[in-house]
Design a protein around this ligand. Structure first.
Ligand code: SF4
Length: 344
């Protein structure tokens, strides 16, 4: 593989502007490497990246990738609002929001739900470890009932499945992955960047300090043994799509609106492949995941290739709002009077 991408940059050009201060071995650092690999392979201009986050260990990570992008570390659970504002001001930027299970599934759950409902054009990654690492490991709302963490405490409450919630809210791209699966995560992030609308990735990302016992359902050992991939997933960019032959049998190809492809192949002895464009199958799969506490199913759970992002719904002009002058943005006296008349 060439050392430079389609816009002539090296992977080093996508590095963050500070070194990680997370615990050695934290799953979040793996996701940082996967984001860097994905934006490098996608040929994204680093100066066109917006990175937003909330509060928590996960929310420190935007400092560790794409140092030349715009970074905004917001208040707790408010990352989606900041991302939506940035995206409305300049719809041509690539918006990557990073959050945690505490940040999204508790204080920020309303923000998450409305970002999904509006379909903000962004990649929304939850680095999900089932605990509040920054405040010493309390269980979060995504921790399954009966989970055990360091110190032996057991969680007495049922969990919120963010993928299930996203599908029910009409999210057009829903995936689950594991930080230790670099190939799957990188492909998912690349596909998410090309998706029009909110692309949600719930990535199980073990907390090695507070939630990594052998039987911790969000720990490394447990995930390596219990991860069931729904398919082998590959992403084919727009510029390569024409050269790709359709795979025979046991595969599904999802055509994206921009001409790129998502390729899904059946694994091992399974002759069929999970079809992520079938929302009924997605609901069934997520219910199976809930009942089958012994396994974590990862991959692209649902995608709507016809998704319409918020900027389209709002009929924003081709030129980003932040690049328009006062003369274009300010309504004329007649338009303003007409607007006021509408309220009388
Ligand atoms: Fe990662 Fe847990 Fe350490 Fe936070 S406390 S940096 S989540 S390992």
């Amino acid at each position: 593989m060439s050392d430079t991408n389609t816009i002539g940059l090296t992977k080093a050009d996508y590095a963050g502007d500070s070194k990680s201060t997370l615990c050695l071995g934290c799953g979040h650092d793996q996701i940082t490497r996967e984001i860097i690999q994905a934006v490098f392979l996608a040929g994204v201009d680093p100066y066109n990246v917006v990175k937003t986050s909330g509060i928590g260990c996960s929310s420190k990570t935007p400092a560790y990738f794409v140092g030349n992008g715009y970074g905004i570390n917001s208040v707790h659970g408010r990352m989606p609002s900041i991302a939506t504002g940035a995206n409305m001001a300049n719809k041509n930027l690539v918006t990557i929001g990073v959050s945690g299970d505490g940040d999204t599934a508790s204080i920020g759950i309303g923000q998450f739900m409305h970002a999904v409902r509006r379909n903000t054009n962004m990649v929304y990654i939850v680095e999900n470890n089932g605990v509040y690492g920054l405040t010493k490991g309390q269980f979060s709302a995504t921790s399954e009932k009966g989970s055990r963490k360091k110190g032996g405490d057991t969680n007495d409450y049922s969990d919120i499945d963010l993928c299930k919630l996203a599908v029910e809210l009409g999210c057009g791209f829903v995936a689950r992955s594991f930080s230790g699966d670099q190939k799957q995560m990188t492909s998912l992030i690349r596909a998410a960047i090309n998706h029009k609308g909110l692309a949600f990735i719930d990535c199980i990302s073990p907390c090695v300090t507070f939630n990594n016992l052998p039987d911790s359902t969000k720990g490394f050992d447990w995930l390596r043994e219990h991860n069931v991939k729904l398919h082998e997933l590959g992403f084919v960019p727009e510029y390569d799509a024409e050269k790709v032959e359709q795979l025979p049998g046991g595969s599904v190809t999802v055509d994206m609106p921009d001409g790129s492809l998502i390729r899904l192949s059946a694994l091992s002895d399974d002759p069929t492949v999970y079809d992520p464009t079938d929302i009924a199958a997605a609901r069934k799969q997520l219910e199976k995941d809930r009942v089958d506490q012994a396994h974590v199913y990862t991959g692209l759970i649902y995608v709507d290739p016809a998704s319409q992002a918020l900027d389209d719904t709002m009929r924003l002009p081709d030129v980003p709002l932040c690049q328009l002058g006062e003369a274009e943005l300010r309504p004329s006296r007649e338009q303003f009077d007409g607007l006021l008349a509408g309220f009388r």
